[in-house]
Design a binder for this molecule. Structure first.
Ligand SMILES: [Zn+2]
Ligand SMILES: [Zn+2]
Length: 206
């Protein structure tokens, strides 16, 4: 671990290492994870007691995965493609759940900042513009980390809608590519079992 991030709390430093960089998205995910955890009074789970529902697939989700142990592979991370900074944490054991929603405006940029941001994304920024971008991102991260929780989020306890536990499904073999696919994802093509990519090729052009 470089000392570059030594100013941050240990768990955030580790989350940065997991994610690859520090950015406002990771910072808000970090704050959301801490807020949800504190609200429910829970620890990072060993297995599946906690379930997180995330409503965007941005950088913040990596903080949720790292801090709360809710991961795609374990089946206790559910992604809803709503494009919102909303994080729901469910504790099965306690039968409780909390919804942490970012208040509006945390990711707004001025037109000048937006122009630099686009250049950086397209690899067309000058050295000075890159430095300005990094300074702006750093300032925003620091603001997000220092802000009062009530300024960042609307937090409410909601009725837990506990999704069924991750299940293990039987595999069937696609008749077209020869690869296995879990049964509930299998399709039929010409009366034979097909995986989704093979059945989609079939549909193309119809
Ligand atoms: Zn990021
Ligand atoms: Zn196939």
């Amino acid at each position: 671990m470089t000392t570059e991030y030594a100013e941050y709390p240990q768990d955030l430093q580790e989350a940065i290492q997991f994610h690859g960089h520090i950015c406002p998205g990771l910072a808000i995910g970090y704050r959301a994870a801490k807020a949800a955890q504190a609200h429910l009074g829970v620890e990072r789970p060993k297995d599946e007691e906690l379930v997180a529902i995330v409503e965007s697939d941005g950088c913040g989700v990596d903080a949720i995965q790292f801090l709360l142990g809710c991961t795609l592979g374990k089946g206790n991370l559910i992604y809803r493609d709503y494009g919102k900074q909303v994080y729901i944490l469910i504790c099965r054991q306690k039968g409780r759940s909390v919804r942490v929603a970012a208040k509006p405006g945390h990711f707004r940029r001025t037109p000048e900042q937006e122009a630099i941001f686009q250049k950086v994304l397209n690899g067309q920024a000058t050295k000075d513009e890159e430095a300005a971008f990094r300074a702006f991102q750093k300032k925003r991260v620091d603001e997000l980390l220092a802000a009062e929780e009530s300024a960042l989020f609307n937090i409410e306890e909601i009725a837990p809608d506990v999704p069924s536990r991750a299940r293990i499904f039987k595999s069937v073999t696609c008749a077209f590519c020869g690869e296995d696919v879990m049964e509930p994802r299998a399709r039929m093509r010409d009366g034979k079992v097909a995986c989704i990519p093979c059945s989609e090729n079939y549909n193309r052009g119809w």
